[in-house]
Design a protein around this ligand. Structure first.
Ligand SMILES: [Zn+2]
Length: 279
């Protein structure tokens, strides 16, 4: 099943023969919480688990134990889910956050390393999912990838509202969605309320979930923020440039993935080293 590209593709297996050191740690550290390094090269001290029995959300694939975050992240999810339940009468399905001490995954994500990234599914759970469904969930895309257009029968006003609620939070730095979803948001947003669109950035792969990235908490002194997104709502020429000319998206993904594989392995921040050495 083709679901997107390496950037944010979730996988079932947490430990494999290729498991990284970060996937083999015994659990979070007991230190004061701190996100260290950058989103795609960092780690997480003093992580907090997202409670599995929260209000307004359910946690997907809890067996993989990718539900750790900085306390700001946990609070953000709890607040957003409560609002969604109260105002939209549905339940959010929460995908991967970070590993118990953050760090690199053997598969699935290049970011999600500092406890500040969250995947939230676009499939809304109007009825709670059973344990088995949560462990092996069926994704629901809202984009017709071949024809590069929104699937009208799946896209709802509630999707618009949920992404808007998230983007309006001052804790949020960026939200990644498929460019077709960004086009849809651009089309629907009223003229007098478009500033939040700046944070919603187009990126391949995010058509069955969106990815929320929080800003570095002020107390995390070694956390590296990304530069701010470009000025404006991002609905103009840049967004149009994402539209494939003749080549369809899967081929583009393949090409990009191959290119990324040739990249050099990054050197992890010095402050992260003790987290993998410490049992
Ligand atoms: Zn993600």
């Amino acid at each position: 099943m083709k679901l997107g590209l390496f950037f944010c593709l979730s996988t079932i297996f947490s430990v494999s023969i290729n498991a990284t050191s970060w996937e083999q740690v015994p659990g979070p550290t007991n230190n004061i919480s701190s996100s260290i390094g950058s989103y795609a090269n960092g780690c997480l001290d003093g992580a907090q688990p997202l409670p599995l029995d929260g209000v307004g959300y359910q946690v997907l694939r809890s067996k993989t134990k990718r539900y750790y975050g900085h306390p700001h992240t946990i609070l953000f999810i709890e607040k957003l889910s409560q609002k969604v339940q109260q105002e939209l009468d549905t339940t959010l399905l929460i995908g991967d956050l970070s590993l118990a001490r953050g760090g690199r995954f053997s598969s699935g994500h290049s970011s999600h390393q500092t406890g500040l990234d969250i995947d939230i599914w676009l499939r809304l759970a109007d009825k709670p999912l059973s344990y088995n469904e949560l462990q092996l969930p069926t994704p629901m895309s809202v984009v017709d990838l071949k024809n590069y257009q929104i699937l009208e029968h799946r896209w709802e006003d509630r999707h618009f509202d949920i992404i808007r609620y998230a983007a309006q939070s001052t804790d949020v730095a960026r939200i990644f969605v498929h460019p077709v979803i960004k086009e849809q948001l651009c089309k629907e947003a009223p003229n007098n309320d478009r500033s939040w669109l700046r944070k919603v950035r187009p990126w391949w792969g995010h058509h069955y979930h969106f990815h929320v990235r929080l800003v570095c908490p002020k107390s995390s002194l070694n956390c590296v923020n990304q530069a701010l997104p470009p000025q404006g709502d991002g609905c103009g020429a840049e967004l149009a440039s994402w539209k494939p000319k003749a080549v369809l998206e899967p081929s583009i993904n393949k090409r990009k993935t191959n290119k990324v594989k040739q990249k050099k392995r990054k050197v992890i921040p010095a402050q992260c080293q003790p987290l993998i050495s410490m049992r």
